[in-house]
Design a protein around this ligand. Structure first.
Ligand code: 5AD
Ligand code: SF4
Length: 468
């Protein structure tokens, strides 16, 4: 990686000057799994420079916040988090605060002016240049940080009112030392769609695909380090397209190649776009040993008029027909999805079509969002005649229906013995994505048979069994 040499010399000189401990990094990511994977990836150059993982912001010498802007709420959380870190920074100006990601792309200049305590802002479009950019900042900060090491050993009273629920580095662990059981591999960035409500293409740019060899190499490196489950990530992951040895490789071809990774037990991907679901992709999922039987297929609405307004490029029927095909080809497949409610001009009848789609689709879970107008998107310019109160009421009704589907799906597992991959000594997930807790401690990173005895609201409970 350009710009990171001479790594070894810098790491050892840091260790010497630091004396008692190395610099510590805390990574906080807001938003989707793609954002979590980006946050982990961007932490990499810092770990390479000798940073270790800090378990909390209070104990960190550097904080990296990877932000999200897909809905206003996500952006508000990012802004309030950045503001809340002012006392942390003021306590020791040698600390380093880095803000990256989608909100940084959209609001970079504004953040720079409003929050002078931020050291470095790197937008989502520049993630691939991040190692070089961060190198420069670290070079400026690193020496002062080392010299003043003793000054901030204790970090007294540094609780800056941080949101404890946010994903943070120990949970992600993707580039932190030590391999997690389940990890991500990004295969593409950006999006060529222009859904009328969506800010992603504006902040992430058009699609570009990682070379096949890079993806396979990362998968091999991760499984060699102990990762058992890989989730391939992309905004529309199944529009992947590349070449290898002169041969065109599409998403199904990529699944076939990643499936061959030594020691890989499970392969997942997120999020496919319904338009690109074809027979070859369905066949690959059905046939390949590692590919799991859970498909997150965002639908957004059950109304054709709204799907057209949203520019989704499929209809209610074509979506449901694809799901039918998937269900016929892949025994026991679980489907999950996303919905937006209260889109401008959505009528009560059109919302009822979303509810009826849920009844037909029977998803194991669904992420339901209230429409949030995003600056510079097509729909943000349209009059929005759906009052907030109505949006909220529709969201509540939809969530209630979806929750009942989830509860039924969980109940249906009781009495079965399922293959669970243990991510902790008594927690893991089934191939079709159910979370499971069991009675006795088991080795981490193993596939165990667990007999399901009960269902809590979002998790199955069980006992380890002898065989499936
Ligand atoms: N308002 C509400 N929800 C949105 N999503 C994307 N943009 C918006 C928006 N402007 C939702 C979609 C998408 C998920 C990641 O976020 O459901 O699938
Ligand atoms: Fe946004 Fe649509 Fe692209 Fe998904 S497919 S990232 S919703 S523009």
């Amino acid at each position: 990686m350009q710009g990171l040499l001479p790594e070894k010399i810098e790491m050892s000189s840091l260790a010497e000057t630091a004396g008692k401990r190395t610099m510590r990094l805390h990574t906080i990511t807001l938003g989707c799994q793609m954002s979590a994977a980006d946050g982990a990836e961007m932490s990499g150059p810092l770990y390479k420079r000798g940073f270790s993982a800090a378990d909390s912001p209070q104990n960190a010498d550097a904080i990296l916040i990877n932000t999200c802007t897909v809905r206003q709420h996500a952006e508000d959380r990012a802004v309030s988090l950045i503001g809340s870190l002012k006392p942390w920074k003021n306590e020791d100006p040698n600390r380093v605060l880095i803000v990256t990601g989608c909100a940084a792309e959209r609001l970079g200049e504004w953040i720079r002016k409003k929050f002078p305590h931020v050291d470095l802002i790197v937008g989502a479009k520049s993630i691939e240049q991040f190692p070089e950019i961060v190198e420069e900042t670290l070079n400026r900060r690193f020496d002062a940080l080392s010299e003043n090491r003793e000054a901030f050993g204790a970090c007294p009273g540094a609780d800056a009112g941080l949101d404890k629920e946010l994903f943070s580095s120990p949970v992600l662990g993707a580039t932190a030392p030590g391999a997690p059981v389940a990890d991500f591999v990004t295969i593409m960035r950006g999006c060529n769609y222009s859904c009328s409500y969506c800010i992603v293409p504006l902040v992430r740019g058009r699609e570009h695909y990682r070379p096949v060899e890079d993806i396979l190499e990362e998968a091999r490196r991760k499984t060699a380090a102990g990762v058992k489950e890989i989730t391939l990530l992309g905004q529309t992951v199944n529009s992947y397209s590349s070449t290898r040895e002169g041969r065109k490789i599409n998403f199904s071809g990529l699944l076939e190649l990643v499936d061959q990774t030594p020691r890989l037990q499970r392969l997942r991907f997120m999020s496919p776009h319904p338009y690109y679901v074809d027979d070859r992709m369905i066949g690959a999922i059905a046939r390949l040993r590692t590919v799991c039987e859970l498909l997150h297929l965002p639908v957004q609405s059950g109304s054709d008029r709204l799907l057209k307004l949203m520019r989704r490029n499929y209809t209610r029927d074509s979506y449901l027909q694809k799901v039918e095909k998937i269900r016929r080809a892949i025994a026991g497949v679980a489907i999950s999805t996303d919905f937006i409610v209260g889109f401008p001009s959505e009528t009560e009848e059109e919302f009822a079509q979303t509810l009826s789609l849920v009844e037909i689709l029977r998803p194991v879970c669904a992420y339901c969002f209230k429409y949030s107008p995003r600056e510079s998107t097509e729909s943000a310019a349209w009059p929005d005649d759906v009052p907030v109160r109505v949006k909220e009421e529709r969201l509540e009704r939809l969530n209630k229906l979806v929750d009942s589907m989830t509860a039924t799906a969980l109940q249906e597992q009781i009495g079965k013995t399922l293959e669970v991959l243990s991510e902790q000594s008594n927690f893991g997930r089934t191939r079709d994505g159910f979370k499971v807790k069991w009675n006795a401690p088991a080795p981490i990173g193993e596939r165990l048979p667990v007999k399901i005895t009960a269902a809590a609201p979002r998790i199955l409970l069980g006992e380890t069994a002898d065989e499936i």
